[in-house]
Design a protein around this ligand. Sequence first.
Ligand code: ZN
Length: 276
Amino acid sequence: MKRLLMTLVILSLGTSAAFAQDVKREITRVTGDVYRFQNKFHVNMFVVTGEGVVVTDPINQEAARWLKAEIAKITDEPITHLIYSHSHGDHASGGTEYGDVPNVIAHRNAPEDIDLMEPTMRFDDKTSFTVGSKTFELTYLGPGHGNDLIATVVRPDDVAFVVDAVSAKRLFYRDFPGSNVDHWIEQVKKVNALDFDFLIGGHGPVGNKRDVAAGLVYLEELRASVLKGLKAGKSVDELKTSVTMAKYKDWGSYDQWRELNVQGMARHLKESGAVY
Ligand SMILES: [Zn+2]
């Protein structure tokens, strides 16, 4: 698993380097006191509650250090809570840069040494807590992309922060590395069942509920097309050509990841015994 994580980190560094001209770091206010922080291709959410700032994935040391300084320009409130979306190193690195955060929240399955931070609160299926004027509803998304991935919904703003399971108008990550894609689809269904207006994704632009539903349709269409092709005796290389998913050509990473999405779906369908 560690090796897989390292591979993911290296792949994402490679992607960043390849698009270095697009590198950016910016904070945008999504609604109310809910903010989106983008660091290159990674995004997190932070919320000013009136009684402390609730931050999420530090992304990396440099990003978290920069963000902490920027938050201090927005509010005098201290960072009181840190929520980890999951333990993958490209999102969950550098939390110590946030300072001595009294409340660190992660899923039960997150490793003991997540990001050198010791979670003070873990949960199994669902939990919620209130800080100042905001309530944070946390939901475990089940296995699929990792096994400790959670969604966070902020009330009363109705903003969801969801990482990696689904992003607005963006293809899914490469070949669904190391994942059971049917479990992954279940994760997207769980996100789709949540009640929210705005989606802050760990990648990609701000979206909404319709973007999650569209991501689910994409996955189901991809699965059906690849399954049909494999059952008809087509090779994976043939399917990479014929399964164009053309109506999604305007989505992010279409050119880079469409063939990998087909390949990963084919691998999963063979491994899971859906096709021989
Ligand atoms: Zn991840």
